[in-house]
Design a binder for this molecule. Structure first.
Ligand SMILES: C[S@@+](CC[C@H](N)C(=O)[O-])C[C@H]1O[C@@H](n2cnc3c(N)ncnc32)[C@H](O)[C@@H]1O
Length: 291
């Protein structure tokens, strides 16, 4: 007996029911992203291919990827890509999936550098670059400056370099494997230091959704006992690596603003401390200047 032909639409509809049964949020979006990936296209192309018959290989691939999503693997890791600041980024299990919240820091950094650069010697450092989303976006939208990015993870840097290449800014960004500022001589000063460091207290990680705690790299999440370990490293050392009036922008966690403000004041090397709020009105980024 000949088996009925299966279209993309048939499989998407079938999987929406399965994903919903397993309490996966945004089931339609997930199914469509996975289908577009199986058909080697973007979601926008899918609408033209909705009624296309799938090969057996495409059907099997789609079903196996849906099974991974049911096991709570984030869809971005399954399809190996995401978007940030309107740009495309590859992601894998070695890097945090860029979050829309981080666009608050990036938008401010772009605006500030465009308004304050004096010449092309304006230097920006991204501490903990991960997929490279922050420094690549800044290099794209505030071009012709000097960009540096560090990460402790060699695997993350490999991916960040790939992303810089696909976004055509690889010649502009200098990537360095470094534990904090250890690879930089303090005579080499920056105009701006940006960071989205790991800031989740160790004890909170096990309470996070399965998607995060079982799939995203611990090194990207774990901020030590109080969540402030890496933030403390940045605050207590940034002044050595900043020019006079150089600025620092750090993304912080929910309810960390008071401790972070206290920490910055205690170092006694900074001025003009302020917080930027995200779309939900939460203090998401701290800004301060070197005296
Ligand atoms: C929260 S992730 C941020 C990734 C990316 N910048 C983003 O916004 O999605 C933090 C990054 O900091 C890196 N990291 C953690 N500790 C570090 C250290 N001591 N020195 C340099 N990088 C570090 C991690 O490997 C990870 O890539």
């Amino acid at each position: 007996m000949k088996r009925a032909k299966v279209t993309a639409k048939d499989l998407i509809n079938e999987s929406i029911l399965i994903l919903k049964k397993h309490k996966i949020k945004e089931a339609k979006l997930n199914a469509e992203l996975i289908m577009s990936h199986c058909m080697n296209g973007d979601r926008i192309d899918l609408y033209e291919n909705y009624n296309k018959y799938l090969t057996k290989i495409e059907q099997n691939l789609f079903r196996s990827l849906i099974r991974r999503r049911i096991k709570k693997e984030p869809v971005q890791y399954i399809i190996g890509k995401t978007e940030f600041m309107g740009l495309k980024f590859k992601v894998n299990k070695n890097v945090l999936i860029p979050r829309p919240d981080t666009e608050t820091l990036v938008e401010f950094a772009i605006k500030y550098s465009l308004e304050n650069k004096i010449n092309s010697k304006y230097r920006i450092l991204d501490y903990g670059t991960g997929s490279g989303n922050i420094i690549i976006s800044i290099a794209k939208y505030s071009p012709n400056l000097q960009y540096y990015a560090i990460d402790l993870s060699r695997e993350a840097l490999i991916l960040a370099k790939e992303n810089a290449k696909s976004n055509r800014v690889d010649k502009d960004i200098f990537f360095v494997q470094s534990n904090g500022f250890s690879s930089f001589n303090s005579r080499f000063k920056f105009d701006m230091i940006v960071s989205n460091p790991p800031y989740i207290p160790t004890s909170v990680i096990r309470k996070l959704p399965e998607e995060i705690k079982s799939f995203e790299p611990l090194i990207s999440l774990d901020g030590g006992e109080d969540g402030l370990k890496v933030i403390k490293d940045i605050v207590s050392n940034a002044y050595r690596h900043l020019k006079k009036n150089g600025v620092c922008l750090i993304e912080i966690g929910y309810e960390q603003s008071e401790s972070v403000e206290k920490m910055i004041k205690e170092v006694a090397k900074y001025k003009d401390i302020k917080f930027l709020k995200d779309l939900a009105g939460i203090k998401r980024v701290v800004f301060f200047k070197k005296k």
